[in-house]
Design a protein around this ligand. Structure first.
Ligand SMILES: CC(C)(COP(=O)(O)OP(=O)(O)OC[C@H]1O[C@@H](n2cnc3c(N)ncnc32)[C@H](O)[C@@H]1OP(=O)(O)O)[C@@H](O)C(=O)NCCC(=O)NCCS
Length: 214
C-alpha cells in the first residue's frame, strides 16, 4: 500500500499547502483534501483532488489507507483541534516546507507545521506543532514559536523572540529582540512591537500599543 498525503483543510491555506507539496515534488502523493469544518466550497474537488466531506469520512479512510496527514487550516484554534483529533488516533501530522525556505540546520520544527515560500528561520530557533510560518516571514536566531501560533506573510521576528501558543503575528508586523508575544495575542498588520505583548491582547500600530483584551 503506497503512502498517501491527505491535506486536512479545504480553504485557501489548504491550497497553499498543496502548492508547497507540488514544489517539493510530492504533488502526485496528494490523495485528497478534507473539509474539516463542513462549510467548505461544496463541489467534489479542490485543486483537482477529491474533497472528503468531514473528519468522519477521513476517519473511515485511514482504516484502509496508509496516510500522512498534513494540516492545511489557517485558523490557529482549528489547527489545535485538528491536532487533538490526530493525537487521539495516534497519528503524527506531517510538515510542509517549501524548498525555497532558508532554514538553519540546527532549527527544530515540530510536526504539523507549514513553512511557506521564501521564509527564513535562523540558528537556534524552535518552532512548535501546527505552526504556520507564512510567505517570506523571517525568524532570526534563537526564537521560540510555540504550538498553533502563526506568522502572516512578511512578518519579522528579531533574535530571541518568544511567540507563545496560538498567537498571530499579522502581515508585515515586526517584533524587536528579546520580547515575548503572549499566548493568544493578535499583532495587527504592520505593527512594530517594541514592548512585550500581554497574553490575549490585540496590539496595533507603530509603536505597537495594546488596543484591547481578546
Ligand atoms: C488589527 C486587526 C486584527 C483589527 O481588526 P478589527 O478588530 O476587525 O478592527 P477594524 O477593522 O474594525 O478596525 C478598528 C480600528 O483599528 C484600525 N486598524 C485596524 N487594523 C489596524 C492595523 N493593523 N494597524 C493600525 N490600525 C488598524 C482601523 O483603521 C480602525 O480604526 P478607527 O477606529 O479609527 O476607524 C486587523 O485589522 C489586522 O491587522 N489583521 C491582520 C490581518 C493579517 O495579517 N492577515 C494575514 C492573513 S494571512
Amino acid at each position: 500500500m503506497d503512502r498517501q498525503i491527505v491535506i486536512l483543510g479545504s480553504g485557501a491555506h489548504a491550497r497553499v499547502v498543496h502548492d508547497i507539496l507540488l514544489a517539493c515534488g510530492e504533488g502526485q502523493s496528494v490523495a485528497a483534501f478534507v473539509d474539516v469544518d463542513g462549510d467548505g466550497p461544496g463541489g467534489a474537488s479542490v485543486s483537482g483532488r477529491p474533497l472528503m466531506s468531514g473528519l468522519d469520512e477521513f476517519d473511515r479512510y485511514i482504516k484502509t489507507h496508509d496516510v500522512t496527514a498534513i494540516i492545511g487550516h489557517g485558523n490557529n484554534s482549528r489547527r489545535r483541534a485538528i491536532m487533538g483529533w490526530l493525537d487521539q488516533r495516534g497519528m503524527e501530522a506531517g510538515n510542509a516546507v517549501h524548498p525555497s525556505a532558508v532554514i538553519s540546520p540546527d532549527v527544530d520544527i515540530a510536526p504539523g507545521t507549514t513553512v511557506s515560500a521564501g521564509a527564513v528561520i535562523l540558528t537556534g530557533s524552535r518552532i512548535g506543532r501546527a505552526v504556520i510560518i507564512n510567505t517570506a516571514a523571517t525568524i532570526d536566531h534563537d526564537c521560540v514559536v510555540d504550538d498553533f501560533a502563526q506568522l502572516a506573510p512578511g512578518a519579522h521576528l528579531a533574535g530571541r523572540v518568544h511567540v507563545q501558543e496560538g498567537a498571530f503575528i499579522g502581515i508585515g508586523a515586526a517584533v524587536i529582540q528579546n520580547l515575548t508575544v503572549g499566548r493568544g495575542c493578535v499583532i495587527g498588520a504592520g505593527a512594530a512591537v517594541v514592548r512585550a505583548a500581554p497574553e490575549h491582547t490585540l496590539v496595533i500600530g507603530v509603536p505597537g500599543r495594546v488596543r484591547r483584551q481578546l
